[in-house]
Design a binder for this molecule. Structure first.
Ligand code: HEM
Length: 179
């Protein structure tokens, strides 16, 4: 694929950064709701927290995770970074795919809790395992997303065999200056 012209590259990068870090921020909100759902003594707050988690999950977090994946792949293919030339890009791709799959799997217990909370106030220890699990999941997702953000900025050295070959083929005038 031909590299993006500079303006398109910047526009695409803006979209990628916006959706990816938007995803991180939305997971922080999700964690706050999960903590309120477990610890609050006000039944209205507990009920509202789980109902809001389902809404935020499906209408904000899931779309942002998919947008992050799609814009990230586009940004890789449309720049000299490539999708499989640098280890940091491969690690980002794997972590993002893993985080997206786990998110989709965990939306099921969120739906279950939202239904239970909407029907009746959740009493103290009801469904406690699931509620604690959601806090752990959201905290783990935050750690992964911060790691991915760090990788993006630090871009640790390390090229794959394919990346080194492509660099040799492109010769000394390869568009490395674009880095
Ligand atoms: C949670 C997921 C992600 C986060 C938080 C994230 C974050 C970022 C950030 C902050 C940058 C800007 C770095 C800079 O300009 O110095 C960036 C750039 C980039 N990201 Fe991501 N990213 C994510 C997912 C992905 C995925 C899945 C891919 C593709 C495999 C990807 C590929 C890239 C590439 C190639 C760049 C460099 C683009 C350029 O220089 O034009 N990212 N990412």
């Amino acid at each position: 694929m031909k590299p993006f012209p500079p303006r398109l590259r910047k526009a695409a990068l803006t979209a990628h950064i916006t959706v990816s870090l938007g995803w991180l921020g939305a997971v922080a909100a999700f964690l706050a709701l999960a903590l309120a759902g477990l610890t609050s003594t006000a039944p209205q707050t507990v009920r509202g927290a789980y109902v809001a988690m389902e809404l935020v999950g499906w209408s904000v977090i899931v779309p942002l995770s998919i947008a992050s994946l799609l814009t990230g792949v586009a940004q890789s293919l449309g720049t000299v970074w490539g999708l499989v030339r640098h280890y940091w890009v491969i690690v980002k791709l794997l972590l993002t795919v893993l985080a997206t799959v786990l998110l989709l799997v965990h939306m099921q217990p969120v739906g279950h809790l939202a239904d239970a909370a909407a029907q009746a106030a959740l009493a103290g220890g009801e469904l406690e395992g699931m509620r604690v699990q959601l806090i752990a999941d959201a905290a783990a997702a935050l750690v992964v997303l911060v790691t991915v953000a760090g990788l993006s900025v630090f871009k640790p050295r390390g090229m794959t065999r394919y990346g080194r070959r492509r660099l040799r083929e492109q010769g000394p005038n390869s568009p490395r200056a674009a880095y």
